[in-house]
Write a protein of this length. Structure first.
Length: 397
């Protein structure tokens, strides 16, 4: 299986490399990309003999092109067009997109149009353009496999036994008409147990201390606000063809149950494993086969506690904003995503307090009339408009 990995130097990328190291006899890395970490990309290229490397940042690309960091056989690709070239490499079987933000959208579409299996870790892709992504996959027959642990868990609960190991794309779709609801679990993030009145004083350093997961800064902050769970609910709706009211989130502090599917007869099927991304990534890269994992599995001979409760929307107003955007659909989900990205960046740079993130999102959603987009260009237009409006609100705060 030939793999292209976009976002090779991030936390998902690092976990993906662990999986490929474990299964070198079955997985081959033919393309990697990152924003500007040339040194790390070069190390990966040498270790795995990667023939194609993409560098999004033009100045970093120029530095790499002028230097000797990469093997002489490595072909360098630049910018967004370079990511699109990598995503649709003729020799690639699966393209894993783990690019933070919206830059993964067009490469994901190119992979789908080329008939590649798309392993998607970037929530923003389906949140921003779910309609167009799913239409493109239906047209090309491309298989979309979710890398996020929650969506991967739901996928496994809906597809427990793929019918054809030789031709996974011919497997029948799950009988989603038998599903009552999808239940996404959430850790509750860094401030899950902090009194609400103390949230106004929290620091960036505190926000980055996730109790269960080792993730990048943006996702860790999104976990603390539960904006990430809002994005995941929107993504799940598109991936699995659900109505908004069929998707919900619950707090599960242990992060052992990664999500659940409740069927119309009341039965619930859950997927459990330790909180480590290599489980979901390996499932996608080896699908529909299974093999020995990297991290030791759960040991049910040891005492274990599993707790669940509804999220407090006073503590997590971002989740309420996300649900309203999901129910409205149209460009509202992309506006929510864009406003959140701008607000989180402002918090990281010290321009906003943590508790002001949901305020920026709410103001941005209210500032833009929701419409149903007819083209990808229209989606991207509203994405930029939302970013401009959100930045204006940040500057006025």
């Amino acid at each position: 299986m030939n793999i292209v990995l976009l976002g090779a130097t991030g936390s998902i990328g690092e976990s993906t490399l662990k999986v490929i190291r474990k299964h070198r006899d079955r997985l081959k890395l033919v393309g990697i990309a990152a924003n500007q970490n040339v040194e790390k990309l070069a190390q990966i290229a040498y270790e795995f003999g990667v023939p194609h490397v993409g560098i999004f940042d033009e100045s970093a690309y120029a530095t790499a092109k002028a230097g000797t960091a990469f093997p002489i056989t490595t072909k360098l690709h630049c910018g967004l067009s370079g990511l699109e070239e990598l995503a649709s490499l003729p020799e690639a079987d699966t393209t894993l997109v783990a690019v933070v933000g919206t830059h993964g959208l067009l490469p994901a579409l190119r992979a789908i149009e080329a008939g590649k299996t798309l392993a998607v870790a970037s929530k923003e892709i389906l949140v921003l353009a779910g309609k167009f992504i799913m239409q493109a996959a239906h047209k090309s027959g491309s298989l979309i496999l979710p890398v996020d642990s929650e969506h991967n868990a739901i996928f496994q609960c809906l597809n427990p036994n793929p019918t054809s190991a030789a031709s996974p794309k011919t497997s029948p779709p799950p009988a989603t008409q038998l599903v009552d609801k999808l239940i996404l679990t959430a850790s509750g993030g860094s401030f899950r147990d902090l009194p609400v009145e103390q949230l106004k004083n929290v620091t960036l350093e505190q926000a980055l201390q996730h109790p269960n997961w080792d993730m990048g800064p943006k996702v860790t902050i999104d976990a603390a606000t539960m904006a990430n769970k809002g994005l995941e609910m929107i993504e799940a709706r598109w991936l699995f063809g659900m109505r908004a009211e069929q998707v919900q989130a619950v707090i599960h502090p242990q992060s052992i149950v990664h999500s659940m599917v409740q069927y119309v007869d009341g039965s619930v099927i859950a997927q459990l494993c330790p909180p480590d991304m290599t489980f979901a990534i390996q499932h996608c890269l080896l699908y529909p086969e299974r093999s020995e994992g990297i991290v030791p599995p759960l040991d049910f001979s040891q005492a274990m506690q599993l707790d669940f409760h509804a999220p407090d929307l006073q503590r997590y107003p971002c989740l309420a904003h996300a649900r309203r955007a999901m129910e409205a659909c149209g460009v509202a989900t992309g506006v929510f995503n864009a406003a959140n990205e701008v607000a989180v960046e402002a918090f990281v740079s010290g321009k906003l307090k943590f508790v002001e993130i949901p305020t920026i999102i709410e103001k941005t959603l209210e500032s833009i009339d929701n419409v149903e987009p007819s083209s990808l260009d229209e989606v991207l237009h509203y994405d930029q408009l939302a970013r401009q409006n959100a930045a204006t609100f940040v500057n006025k705060t």
